[in-house]
Design a protein around this ligand. Sequence first.
Ligand SMILES: Cc1cc2nc3c(=O)[nH]c(=O)nc-3n(C[C@H](O)[C@H](O)[C@H](O)COP(=O)(O)O)c2cc1C
Length: 115
Amino acid sequence: MSRVLIVYFSRTGATRRVAAALATTLHADVEEIIDRSDRSGTLGTLRCVLDSVMGRSASIEPMRHDLSAHHMVVIGTPVWAGRVSAPVRAGARVARDAPAPAAARRIFLHARRSR
Ligand SMILES: Cc1cc2nc3c(=O)[nH]c(=O)nc-3n(C[C@H](O)[C@H](O)[C@H](O)COP(=O)(O)O)c2cc1C
């Protein structure tokens, strides 16, 4: 088991690619946040925007990794309406509440639209 865990959510694959590249570089474990909401299509996009604007978090599946066992947790999220995506809002709460080793670090990565 690595001391570094990358936790991410990705709706369309960009954050997944960044997470995979970082995991290779850091020899890190990877945990994908599984969202229980259907975010496909136009209605799904609308749900993303509404959740973000309202500051709602999503219902997600339990994580497979024990977050308290990792010294560093890197969290990757798409940016939705200028904010952290709803599934990552839920995942970050799990990371925050997990007991962490002394001097543990939690780092956020925000995937934005390319300009
Ligand atoms: C509903 C929605 C809202 C978005 N809002 C923003 C935004 O405010 N700023 C931005 O830079 N990108 C925004 N984006 C673009 C995504 O953050 C960007 O495409 C991201 O790389 C997607 O990551 P993913 O492929 O891992 O889901 C938005 C995308 C969606 C679907």
